[in-house]
Design a protein around this ligand. Sequence first.
Ligand code: AP5
Ligand code: MG
Length: 213
Amino acid sequence: MKIIMLGAPGAGKGTQAKMIADKYSVPHISTGDIFRANIKNGTELGMEAKKYMDQGQLVPDELTVKILLDRVANDDCKNGYVLDGFPRTIPQAEVLDEALAKLGDSIDYAIDVDVPDENIVNRMSGRRACVACGATYHIVHIPPKTEGICDRCGKELILRDDDKPETVLNRLKIYHDQTQPLIDFYTAKGILKTVDGTQDMKDVFAAITAILD
Ligand code: AP5
Ligand code: MG
């Protein structure tokens, strides 16, 4: 099963992608998490990506596409995967489609987690993320058991650099300009499914499993 998660920054793509990955035993692949791991490790890729991410801009397609295609060529992706945050532009989607078509393959579902802009800024300022394992929390809606510590791996939780309100507004603008056109792209392919992302996260997940089961 090959799934793409679409949705604005903070819509809950990562939250839902992790639950999908656990239930259906497929890897969760987040280009944002890959970039953040590289920034943390001080790699050349991380340094380059950080310049864009801190401004709320997209990392250039050339860099992003290569990383993603390398990752999905891994053995653990043979039975499928859930992509979170990729593709984010029409050229990225086209490259992915071409790469899969060469293998006689294609994406099964593009799931759009729909949340209006008004809800987003509030969610982001409350988000805390684990740099070690990528788990996300919300200080009010989904608090960790111990403040500031990841339930899953015990490491420290941080407020992401790009979750400041002014950067979030920029990310939302870029989402509408560059990523939202993918909704029409996957609708035309007949694989777009929309779920209401303003519900409780368990109800969002129930709506997704009703599509996938
Ligand atoms: P990325 O890491 O992908 O960030 P994003 O798309 O902006 O999305 P987020 O991770 O902020 O939100 P999410 O939808 O995963 O929501 P979450 O589940 O955490 O990308 C970061 C940057 O990397 C980009 O800006 C770009 O620079 C670069 N990049 C990455 N991929 C790229 C690509 N393909 N091309 C170019 N550049 C790329 O939830 C948010 C919060 O809400 C959490 O606190 C969560 O606990 C809470 N929450 C979740 N669900 C609910 C719910 N139902 N009710 C209440 N609260 C909820
Ligand atoms: Mg995310």
